[in-house]
Design a protein around this ligand. Structure first.
Ligand code: ADP
Length: 260
């Protein structure tokens, strides 16, 4: 049995996937603390413990994500784009477009039928259209970010958030809240706002089906459905969407082992 480990150190979360022979997930871990914190080490130790093995039994550790260069227990590192592509293609070979929305950026990656990257687009300049926007808005509404999707689905008349800047949108949400706009409508408006910014990015990348969402925001059904409406194609996801970067890193680690 060959064990390989992928660690994805993001801005918000640290994720690990432990793979057996490059395919089967033996264990996974997620700590809500990203680069510059103790989160990466905690996630690393948790996945080893869950898998019931020691660091020495892992043949290769590949790091990815925004904070990858800071992790000392790795053998090498690989870009997030390559890892998301590798991870998603390993799980769903029909994927041709990946929409990855994380805690501080959004990426659209186009793949060919071999899983190779054809082109990509990224927004890492502005919090609107990223998980950060949702985190800020959830804070104002005093709810957890994982509650947003459920509220959005209850909306009958989504509110319109017209500001394109997170700081101004924050005031707009507070003002709408004080005017008595229903919470589900406000939340749906917030999800739609993220989806329309990411859809604008995706449309420039020539979206092809199957479209899969990766990253933490893939868990938000409100954003997923709004994206599907905006793009006019189904937007799929998997239970392990948030782990796709770590998954791809573990697959890449296995490929390194095979090459000797
Ligand atoms: P990064 O890799 O940049 O640290 P992630 O891909 O882990 O980011 O995504 C983090 C974002 O995902 C958070 O900012 C949050 O908005 C969103 N998120 C995380 N967990 C959930 C959840 N259970 N439900 C909905 N959204 C979530």
């Amino acid at each position: 049995m060959i064990y390989t480990l992928g660690i994805d150190i993001g801005s918000t979360t640290s994720k690990c996937v432990l793979l057996e022979n490059g395919t089967a997930i033996a264990a996974k871990s997620l700590v809500v603390a990203g680069t510059g914190t103790d989160g990466p080490r905690q996630a690393f130790e948790a996945v080893l413990e869950q898998g019931g093995i020691s660091r020495e039994q892992v043949a290769y550790v590949m790091a990815t994500g925004y904070g990858r260069a800071t992790f000392s227990s790795m053998d090498s590192e690989m870009s997030e784009l390559s890892c998301h592509a590798k991870g998603m293609y390993a799980v769903a070979p029909g994927v041709r477009t990946i929409i990855d929305i994380g805690g501080q950026d959004a990426k659209v990656i186009r793949l060919n039928d071999q899983g190779r990257i054809l082109n990509f687009l990224m927004n890492d300049k502005c919090a609107a259209g990223t998980g950060r926007f949702l985190d800020v808005m959830a804070g104002i509404l005093q709810m957890d970010v994982d509650e947003l999707g459920g509220y959005a689905l209850q909306s009958k008349e989504p509110a319109r958030i017209s500001s394109t800047c997170t700081v101004f949108a924050e005031s707009e949400v507070i003002s709408q809240l004080s005017k008595g706009v229903h919470i589900p409508d406000l939340v749906a408006g917030i999800c739609n706002s993220v989806a329309s910014r990411v859809a604008a990015l995706a449309k420039r990348a020539d979206v092809r089906s199957d479209v899969y969402m990766t990253g933490g925001v893939a868990k938000n059904q409100g954003v997923r459905e709004a994206l599907a409406r905006e793009l006019g194609v189904p937007v799929l996801t998997t239970e392990d969407a948030q782990y796709m970067g770590a998954m791809g890193a573990a697959v890449a680690a296995f490929e390194k082992c095979q090459k000797g």
